[in-house]
Design a protein around this ligand. Structure first.
Ligand SMILES: Nc1ncnc2c1ncn2[C@@H]1O[C@H](COP(=O)(O)OP(=O)(O)O)[C@@H](O)[C@H]1O
Ligand SMILES: [Mg+2]
Length: 230
């Protein structure tokens, strides 16, 4: 099956499981939003997919092949790209140099800049001089240059105003339009659901809702229960 598939994944940290028996699939060309309160286990789940932490149970496969024996770098080479929570640019490198770190070639940098025209005019600026929103664009351009098949995005809006984050959403949609499967973890739930096709709510390490993003957006009671009931 042409997808990233998690089956009954359990992730343990310290005292016990922080993710219990979670199953989900991320399809190419679709955006799956993963929402839920702080401490629900969202970051831990993404870390188990990209290989930062090993799950204590369950399976994670891409196109039916298990990732279990693959290191983080090997997973990245197979197109599993993780934009980690709080991911920053290298402030003293220029925008183009930041992108060059993941692009395989100078042509790869140009292709990324062509995709992110707002960065093209800042290509020679030190990335640390850009606004917070522009720096996150650099992070997205770096992800684009590494040619993901599946893109895991963890709280990209951290430290940004909602209006600034909104400008990044079409760029995330572009990934999906070009065939990338996106797993989007986001604190601005309604914004995430506005671009997502599928949605999961995670609460205390378990999936408490799974369905169409539009249905969840229209059911505030489900979200309230997840946020208040954990
Ligand atoms: N490095 C760690 N060591 C031990 N426990 C951790 C670590 N990181 C997170 N946790 C715990 O795991 C649980 C899930 O955290 P996390 O995956 O960061 O959730 P979320 O991203 O949904 O806020 C929390 O109870 C948190 O305290
Ligand atoms: Mg988190």
């Amino acid at each position: 099956m042409n997808a990233l598939v998690l089956e009954s994944v359990t992730v343990s940290r310290g005292a016990g499981p922080v993710i219990s028996d979670v199953s989900l699939s991320v399809q190419p060309g679709r955006i799956t939003a993963l929402v839920g309160p702080n401490g629900a286990g969202k970051t831990s789940l993404l870390e188990s997919v990209s290989g930062i932490i090993a799950p204590s149970g369950g399976t994670i496969t891409v196109d039916g092949a298990s990732l279990a024996t693959l290191s983080r770098v090997q997973r990245a080479r197979r197109g599993i790209v993780h934009i980690e929570q709080g991911r920053a640019v290298f402030p003293s490198l220029t925008v183009a140099e930041n992108i060059r770190l993941t692009a395989g070639s100078a042509e790869g940098v140009e292709a990324a800049l062509a995709r992110f025209p707002e960065l093209e005019k800042r290509r020679s600026s030190a990335a640390g001089l850009l606004s917070g929103g522009e720096q996150q664009m650099v992070v997205l351009a770096r992800a684009f240059a590494s040619r993901p098949r599946f893109l895991l995005i963890d709280e990209m809006s951290l430290g940004l105003a909602p209006v600034v984050f909104m400008r990044l959403l079409p760029m995330i949609q572009q990934f999906a339009e070009s065939g990338v499967g996106v797993l989007l973890v986001e604190q601005f739930t309604h914004l995430a659901l506005s671009v997502a096709t599928d949605a999961l709510v995670v609460s205390s390490g378990r999936v408490t809702y799974e369905g169409a993003a539009a249905d969840l957006a229209a059911s505030p009671d489900i979200l309230h229960a997840a946020y208040l009931g954990s």
